[in-house]
Design a protein around this ligand. Structure first.
Ligand SMILES: Nc1ncnc2c1ncn2[C@@H]1O[C@H](COP(=O)(O)OP(=O)(O)O)[C@@H](O)[C@H]1O
Ligand SMILES: [Mg+2]
Length: 323
């Protein structure tokens, strides 16, 4: 696929990529810098002709923002529909691999339809998510690309030039969880070593960038929680405004994030359970306040606060008596 000329407007947008990713994926500035540099090199036409624009490996513990970073980058560069994600766990056995890579009888696999769709819409990112769960032939086949094309089992050539290929792996996650207090450079070395042992050396050498996501500190866990809480509260305030027929604002009491971040963070799963915890607690509190009759039409402001014991309470801003 030929490189598109870069207009001034487009250049400004490319310049904004890193900042955008940093505001979406918190506490990962080193990995985000590497990610955005590699994507931009591809976007600006610095990849070898006929090769994918970039071939990226995102490593690090579960629930630290790897998949989110790729989704955000894809939406920013190519629009919300442009990400083609392969959940590698669905292709963990040899019998299932043809569903991805195609069969010898000529059946086309998922890969060929995803690549076709991306190419028709002018490019995008092909994400191979959680590669450590796939059958080893998946990585060998996809990353063994000599030039920019992959041959399917039925012999069809898929052109990956013009696309970015992003691969995530949680390999080494369990080890990193045990490495509290170890320097980030040593954690990085450990994760890279674990990953390089997973791929054949010639496959590992194909990556144009290897990015290691860090375990999230307590402060960053709080920031992630606050980001999700702001999101959920804005969504629920809009729901209540609609239901009441007038604007309704929800304020959040300062102790709420501490409570929810503790509940939503999981040692092994990172921030994965956080969104669920935030949504569940906010909704529980709102439902309780609505059923009690305290929160209804006519009320223009409410406050979410930590309840005694577990959970949250929603109370009407000017009637703290309801606490
Ligand atoms: N560093 C982070 N900044 C913001 N949100 C994050 C971060 N890490 C994880 N999350 C959130 O946690 C959930 C799981 O993150 P994900 O990117 O899927 O993790 P993984 O590293 O396992 O791919 C998502 O909802 C994501 O938005
Ligand atoms: Mg992921």
């Amino acid at each position: 696929m030929p490189t598109r000329p870069v207009s001034l407007g487009n250049l400004a947008r490319l310049r904004g990529l890193r900042g955008h990713l940093e505001s979406a994926v918190l506490g990962q500035s080193e990995a985000i810098r590497g990610l955005s540099d590699a994507l931009l090199a591809g976007e600006l036409g610095h990849a070898r002709p006929g090769r994918p624009r970039s071939i990226l490996l995102l490593l690090g513990p579960t629930g630290t923002g790897k998949t989110r970073a790729v989704k955000e980058a894809s939406a920013y560069l190519y629009g919300p529909q442009a990400l083609a994600r392969v959940n590698a766990a669905e292709f963990s056995s040899a019998e299932r691999v043809p569903l991805l890579l195609g069969g010898v009888q000529g059946e086309e696999g998922l890969l060929s339809s995803l690549v076709g769709a991306l190419s028709r819409t002018g490019g995008g990112i092909l994400l191979l998510d959680e590669i450590e769960k796939a059958h080893p032939s998946v990585a060998d086949h996809l990353l063994g690309i000599e030039d920019g094309s992959v041959t399917t089992a039925s012999g069809r050539q898929l052109d990956l030039s013009g696309l970015h290929l992003a691969v995530t792996s949680n390999v080494g996650s369990a080890g990193v969880v045990e490495m509290a207090g170890v320097s980030p450079a040593s954690v990085r070395r450990y994760v890279e070593q674990e990953a390089s042992a997973q791929f054949r050396p010639e496959v590992f050498a194909r990556f144009t960038a290897v990015l290691v996501f860090a375990h999230l500190s307590r402060d960053i866990q709080m920031d992630v929680c606050r980001q999700m809480l702001d999101d959920e509260v804005a969504f629920q305030a809009a729901r209540l405004s609609e239901a009441f027929g007038h604007p309704h604002a929800i304020r959040v009491s300062p102790e709420v994030c501490g409570r929810l971040a503790g509940e939503g963070w999981h040692r092994r799963l990172g921030a994965r359970p956080m969104r669920n915890a935030v949504e569940r607690r906010v909704r529980e509190a709102l439902v309780e306040a609505r059923l009690s009759g305290a929160l209804g039409p006519g009320v223009r402001e409410s406050v979410l606060a930590a309840a005694r014991g577990e959970g949250l309470r929603a109370f009407v801003a000017r009637s703290p008596v309801l606490l």
